[in-house]
Design a protein around this ligand. Sequence first.
Ligand code: SF4
Ligand code: SF4
Length: 437
Amino acid sequence: MNLIQIDIPQESHAVNDSPLKKGGLALFAIGLLIFLIGAFGSFENYSLFYSIGSLGLATFGALLFIFPSRNEGLPGIKNNGVFFRAASNRGAIAWITAVFLTAFYVVLYWFPEYFVHLIKSTDPISYAMTGKAANQWFLYGTLYTLSVLVMGVKMLFKYRHIRYQIIRTLSVMFFQLVFSFLIPHFLEALNQPEYYFSYFWPLKTSVLFPNDINWLLSKPGALPQFMVFWGVTMSLIGVPIFTYFFGKRWYCSFVCGCGGLAETMGDPYRQNSDKSLQAWKIERWMVHSVLLFITVTTGLLWANSYYQGALLGSLSQGFSKTYGFLIGAAFSGVIGVGFYPIMGSRVWCRFGCPQAAILGIFQKYFSRFRITTNGSQCISCGNCSTYCEMGIDVRSYAQRGENIVRASCVGCGVCSSVCPRGVLNLENGPVKGRVMK
Ligand code: SF4
Ligand code: SF4
């Protein structure tokens, strides 16, 4: 009798026991501890050495911990017990993480007085960058950027076999660091408005709000005027044109800071997105309602401005404030990140982001982007559906050999990266002939 021997690569436990990983964890813990000692108000004065030293040590430790995974087992996503771990399958660790993140956001947004020392612990970095003391947003931006960078390195190792994933990850790391952190603080240091070049209406609502535009136009210098031009042009012209050529992915998977965090820090949770038809239905209702909300709000603000406040009085401002509280803070910040471990990494992008809604409408009806499927090769393993962070049942399209043209697809390409049969391809082609769902 002939026996065929199949070699199944095993995960190397040696990597988990790697001294580098242990050393990394130890350095991470020491750095975090020093940072927290300061954050609990133990020091009278905070030095740059303390801030950069503690955060730097924690970051270096995290990178050392990640480093051995650069050649850990086979490249790409492997199931490797992802549904058996409490952290990645909505178990106790996931719930603790979710509650901690949500509570952290609530305090940071609405009760920053309880974080006075935590905020002060980044004072030295803020003084060095902007000449001013840190506020809660500086602390938030610093931690956010560090998370994207560190977890971005993890993504780079994990998807090292896919060029698309490497470029995409480097892109979100670059845009977060340069466009969402360094440039705004550099402008602040020059006493310019703290402007974010990579956000457009309606994600950054003020880009088309009359008060903000008038305020910028009243400021001296060419930069504020350019910012008005840039924001308006990109919101109304740039977004549709780029989406026509590249689909939603040019923004959601390469530029946006929310997408950047979802694709890096949120990657371990991407399998938790709900794939049911019910969730798809709720998603469409919610995301388009938010888009309607901000469109009406912007219209009211312009109408009120045109009639110099005589039309609606302060009512339009009430809309603006309600939107800012419910959507800008509670949904995009608190729920958007706090619920990662339970609802997957794109809760905000999927159910709440009005920018995603607009991009999705263009993607569905006027874009060259689609995912093509070679149905005859599909073995129905379901990897693609499992790891679609937007809750798309990719497998059902693949089984029918249909192109995937979905408004919600952010073009992350992970479905294609994890398919063992090369069934899925992200492509640009003629708008005509696409099959739409
Ligand atoms: S369908 Fe594929 S490319 Fe689109 S969001 Fe899902 S995993 Fe990403
Ligand atoms: S398309 Fe690929 S990943 Fe998805 S079910 Fe088919 S073989 Fe599996």
